[in-house]
Every structure is written in C-alpha cells, then in structure tokens.
Ligand binder design. Structure first.
Ligand code: MN
Length: 232
C-alpha cells in the first residue's frame, strides 16, 4: 500500500466489467480510429482508403457501464451513435509488429462512440480539434469485456445498432479498412501503447441522430452487446 499523500483525493479509476469475474478492467486511455469502414467514410463525404488510419481520443472517464441511463449531452442538436468493436489492451509498446499486435489484446467489447456531430462539423470547417465533439462526458458507453482467451480475436461477424428497436447500423467486422493488427501497429508509432488502453476501431454506415429518451442497443457477433438510454 502506497503511503503517498495527495493534496486532493485521487480521482476514481475508470473501469469496465469483465464477463465471468468480479474483477474490473482498469481504463488508462481511450484511442479511437476515424473512418475505418468504407461505407461510413462515404457517408461522411470522404474517400475511403485514401489515407493511413488517423486517431483521436476520449478521456478514460468517458466510459459508461452497460445498460446505464445518461443525461442528454449539452451543446448538441445532432448527437450521433457509432457502434464499434473495442479492443482492451493488457500490454503495449512502441512500433509494435502487426504480426504480434494481437498478443497485446486482453479482450473485446461492443462500444458506442457518441459524437456531437454538429460540433464535429463546425470544428472540421474551422480547422479546429475534434475534442469537444468526441471526448465529452459519458461519450463512451461500453459493454462487458469478454476475454480473447475465450472468444479469440474476432475479424468477421455482424456489427449492428438499433435505436428504440429499429435497426440503424449494420455491417461486418471484415469490412474494416484497417485491421486491428494494422491499427495497433500504426497507433504504436504515434504513442507507446500500454495496458489499460482501449481502442475503438471505427463504425459502419448508418450513423444518425438520437433524441432525449431514446434507447440504443449495439451488438457484435461473438463479442456481445451494449445498451444505453438517454434521459428525457
Ligand atoms: Mn467512431
């Protein structure tokens, strides 16, 4: 037990439930990949595959537990859902070889990259950072993590999201432009990845707005589900 004293109480450790154990996965940082499915890149008005993968972040404490109700985010009239496969890392490093990249993965979950699309469009137009459109409070609902040791490393399978029971997004993990090993390799040239890091791997097409009171449910074959409700 550390005897280190702090001038204020240390912040709580952000964490996510893991299937089959009471122990939690502690979140260090959240990395996200932009435009990793061609049909979503096109619906955002971009040319898919024309550039290497690019990354943005959310704060660790943006995570929201599965099934939670969250306040409707401030400052937006265009809150979008983006269902994504999330990889939870148990180790990391710099310049990771794609052939060894999956050795870093502890497990997987379904996550929703909530996005204030109106703020993102304004930031893009002004050449400003995306942070306030992506990294706001409660912007990362995430389901229970399942261990790679049990489910393997899913590279194909249905990924879908419905709002109030109506299907909005539907795709297949095999439609990713950059595979998870390629993502980990590229990201680890930007930063030293580490245990506790989460990687949101991008979303298929069909992103759209949610209203106060809406309930979203995302599902990834072989991985699991994530549910979130927006307060009225
Ligand atoms: Mn996304």
């Amino acid at each position: 037990m550390s005897t280190q004293k702090y001038v204020i109480d240390p912040p709580a450790q952000a964490a996510i439930a893991v299937e089959g154990t009471d122990a939690l996965f502690p979140v260090r940082r959240i990395w996200c990949v932009g435009r990793n499915y061609a049909d979503h890149a096109r619906e955002m008005g971009k040319d898919p595959g024309a550039e290497p993968p690019f990354f943005f972040t959310k704060p660790a404490d943006a995570v929201v537990a599965d099934g939670a109700a969250i306040p409707f985010p401030t400052l937006t009239d265009d809150l979008h859902h983006e269902i994504e496969l999330v990889a939870a890392l148990k180790s990391g490093g710099e310049n990771i070889d794609p052939a060894r990249a999956l050795d870093c993965v502890y497990g997987y979950a379904a996550g929703i990259d909530l996005t204030r699309r109106d703020l993102q469009s304004a930031a893009r137009k002004a050449g400003r950072p995306w942070d306030m459109s992506k990294g706001f409070d409660n912007s990362a609902p995430i389901g229970v993590i399942r261990k790679a040791a049990e489910i393997g490393h899913p590279a194909s399978g249905r990924i879908a999201l419905s709002v109030n029971g109506a299907i909005r997004q539907q795709g297949d993990l095999s439609d990713m432009i950059w595979s998870l090993p390629q993502i980990i390799a590229a990201l680890s040239t930007n930063v030293a990845l580490a245990a506790g890091d989460l990687i949101f791997t991008g979303t298929p097409s069909g992103v759209g707005a949610m209203r106060p009171g809406d309930a979203a449910e995302g599902e990834i074959a072989g991985v699991g589900s994530v549910r979130v409700t927006l307060a009225r």
